[in-house]
Design a protein around this ligand. Structure first.
Ligand code: HEC
Ligand code: HEC
Ligand code: HEC
Ligand code: HEC
Length: 421
């Protein structure tokens, strides 16, 4: 609702604020008035987003069902049956309506989507970064097991959503500090007790000067972004304001304020913006071991792979009563694939192609049965390696271990029989 009002204000003000507005007030979190410095020539200052794009972006956020995982300002949460993150969080908190026995069993198995960053106060981000991230998401938080699904999103949609999430003009960049002092402060203030910054010589992980409560530290470590991306993600003024007091920028931020002054923050920001970055190393894709000699049953494959992970997005809705998941009913902007991985019959009947015709998931693609190619593609996506035409599965979740993938491959090569009931 807050976002709704903001947009109305923007729509009203949009006509007169098309020009780059370097006269904007400083961020509320700035302790010291910002001094304007000309931006580096390669980076254009972002002006107020186009009103039509903002409106279109809001509609697209509903269409892509972003609210199934994210709390989004101005967008209603979905019904509980569709609320991936909300339902998981209720189960873990014990507030979901179920027997104590069911809850305990589920809590033991749940690990994904317990924490997802909320999409509030997103105008701290660079609009250009959001537009480049959405169609080609990469892992931002190294200790968070789930990542953004890789959508099939045309650039025009990504730009409209970015306009909705980052409608405002960029505030002027504050005066740059000293990068060398910034690096020393990153160590002495204990920033690396939660953060990594890949691409620079590793930062010493000292504790914060004031000890943090165990739960604050644990959540912070899980949710802390790799700081190599901060220069692309954050608008410079928000970067400095964030380092002084994260909650002044985003009230639900999971980083505590650490007693950093404005001028220290300007030094740290200078390091984050300027330090020379080595290119992100390509991760290794583990080698798929040779197929097994022993007999493998469907029951074994179901227990290790399909029943554990896949069926949560790929189930026949008539069987599970309710939502069949985005891999069955369609969702997250994908068409209906009607691919049921909760039963042997579902697996055998395959999925719908782009023309709505059934196709086998066992046919060769990239030298592997297609379903195996999708599982290997997820390893490649996570390692930052190029992927050829096949979307990684499980979508946005940690890859299936190679020992389990080879189990599936062995079962397929042995004639993929249903086997003993
Ligand atoms: C299946 C769950 C899921 C869906 C659906 C989803 N996201 Fe995400 N999103 C995530 C997760 C998990 C992260 C954190 C990833 C990380 O930090 O590595 C994330 C991160 C983000 C970020 C970065 C925010 C930050 O604080 O770092 C943005 C922006 C974002 N998502 C936008 C969207 C938009 C827009 C949509 C819809 C088009 C969407 N997401 C749909 C799970 C999801
Ligand atoms: C109505 C509640 C509910 C909704 C909605 C829901 N889940 Fe789950 N999910 C569960 C429960 C309960 C489990 C654990 C039960 C089990 O393993 O049998 C689970 C387990 C999972 C697992 C396997 C365990 C893990 O944490 O990795 C994945 C993956 C998963 N869900 C993904 C999703 C996704 C993606 C969505 C949205 C498309 C979703 N879930 C929506 C209740 C829900
Ligand atoms: C207790 C763990 C913790 C400590 C210590 C910590 N941070 Fe953070 N930091 C986080 C978390 C968690 C986030 C993401 C919060 C969110 O999105 O709600 C974050 C976000 C950031 C961001 C935004 C980056 C981005 O890409 O979104 C910057 C910049 C940052 N921290 C800098 C620092 C600096 C500088 C220090 C030391 C003065 C520091 N952090 C100490 C946990 C921590
Ligand atoms: C978070 C939800 C999610 C999870 C978990 C998931 N999938 Fe998917 N899957 C999808 C969506 C959405 C599509 C449709 C993608 C598209 O159209 O490109 C899909 C498509 C597929 C396809 C291709 C179907 C086709 O004809 O294009 C295969 C094969 C597949 N998934 C296998 C798996 C397997 C195996 C697992 C478990 C290891 C799994 N998926 C887990 C959401 C998921």
């Amino acid at each position: 609702m807050r976002r709704g009002l903001l947009i109305v204000a923007l729509l009203l003000g949009a006509c007169e604020s098309e020009a780059p507005s370097t006269q904007e007030a400083a961020e509320p979190g700035d302790a010291v008035p910002a001094t304007v410095e000309a931006p580096p020539p390669e980076r254009a200052v972002e002006v107020v987003a186009d009103a039509t794009a903002i409106e279109h972006g809001q509609a697209l956020v509903s269409q892509y069902q972003c609210n199934r995982c994210h709390d989004i300002a101005g967008v209603e949460p979905p019904e509980l049956d569709y609320d991936c993150a909300g339902c998981h969080q209720q189960i873990l908190a014990g507030t979901f309506e179920a027997t104590a026995e069911e809850l305990a069993q589920w809590q033991g198995r749940l690990q994904s989507l317990d924490e997802v960053p909320s999409l509030t106060h997103t105008d701290r981000f660079s609009r250009a970064w959001v537009a480049s991230f959405l169609p080609d998401a990469h892992d931002v938080r190294p200790n968070l097991s789930a990542s953004m699904p890789r959508f099939a999103m045309p650039p025009a949609d990504a730009e409209a959503i970015a306009a909705f999430l980052v409608p405002t003009a960029e505030p002027p960049a504050p005066k740059r500090g000293d990068a060398e002092r910034g690096r020393a402060l990153l160590e002495s203030k204990g920033c690396a007790s939660c953060h990594r910054m890949t691409g620079v010589p590793s930062l010493a992980a000292r504790p914060t000067p004031e000890p943090l409560a165990a739960d604050v530290l644990a959540l912070g470590q899980k949710m802390a972004p790799d700081l190599r991306f901060a220069r692309d993600r954050m608008r410079p003024a928000s970067l400095v304001a964030w380092i002084v007091d994260p909650k002044a920028v985003k009230p639900d931020a999971s980083m505590p304020a650490l007693g950093v002054t404005h001028s220290e923050a300007a030094d740290i920001a200078a390091y984050l913006l300027e330090a020379e970055l080595q290119p992100a190393p390509l991760g290794q894709v583990p080698v798929l071991p040779p197929v097994l000699e022993r007999a493998v049953t469907y029951a074994e494959v179901h227990e290790r792979i399909f029943g554990k992970i896949c069926r949560h997005c790929h189930s026949d809705p008539n069987v599970v009563i309710g939502d069949g998941g985005p891999g069955y009913d369609g969702g997250f902007g994908f068409p209906k694939r009607a691919f049921d991985l909760s039963t042997y019959e579902g697996l055998r009947s395959g999925s719908l192609d782009d023309h709505g015709k059934r196709r086998s998931v066992f046919k060769d693609v990239n030298g592997q049965p297609r379903i195996v190619a999708h599982l290997l593609a997820r390893h490649a996506e996570v390692a930052g390696q190029p992927v050829d035409g096949v979307r990684g599965m499980p979508l946005g979740l940690p890859p299936i271990p190679m020992d389990d993938i080879v189990l599936l491959k062995t079962w397929i090569e042995q004639g993929r029989k249903k086997g003993p009931a």
